[in-house]
Structures are given as C-alpha cells and as structure tokens.
Design a binder for this molecule. Structure first.
Ligand SMILES: [Zn+2]
Length: 97
C-alpha cells in the first residue's frame, strides 16, 4: 500500500520586494568564492538569496543593494552585469543577442 503524502511546496521570500512565492517562481542567486552569480539549479553551495523573475526591470539598483545585503557581500560590477543579463534572459525580456 502506498502512502499518499501531502505535496509540500517550499516558499521563499524575494530579497528585493519581500514577496513570498513558491521557490520555483523565484530565482536563486548565490555568493560563493567572492563571486555573485545566478544559480539556475538552485543547489549551488554558498550563501543564497532569492529574487522574483520580474524584479529586474523595475528597480535594478534596489535589487543590487538588496542582494548585497542578503548575501553579505559586494556585488561586483562584472557579476552584476552577468546577473542582470541572465535574469533578463530568464524573464524573457532580454535580447538573445
Ligand atoms: Zn521580488
């Protein structure tokens, strides 16, 4: 006989707008080895923070500051550029070029 287990949907809080959402609707950003980068797998080691997929367009500067605070590290210019590009792509608003 099989056990029917209730489906648990993990929620996380976006560090930018403080909205709680199912983990799959957020994007994990991880700080590791002095670098800050997107963690598409959600399983990279390091200190992680979650952001909404659709925050990027609005308040990019607020987002950078929120990430820096949540990750307790600076987000370097190069890392931030990559991050924004990755988020833009994931949100479907970025150009693939
Ligand atoms: Zn958000």
């Amino acid at each position: 006989m099989e056990m029917v287990r209730p489906r648990h949907v993990p929620h996380r809080t976006c560090v930018v707008c403080k909205k709680r959402a199912p983990k799959r609707e957020l994007v994990r950003v991880v700080a590791s080895g002095g670098r800050v980068s997107l963690d598409p797998s959600g399983r990279a080691s390091g200190r992680g923070a979650y952001v909404c997929r659709d925050d990027e367009g609005g308040e990019a500067r607020a987002m950078r500051a929120s990430l820096a605070r949540a990750l307790r590290t600076e987000v370097a210019d190069g890392d931030w550029k990559d991050l924004k590009e990755s988020l833009g792509v994931m949100a479907g608003t970025g150009q693939s070029e």
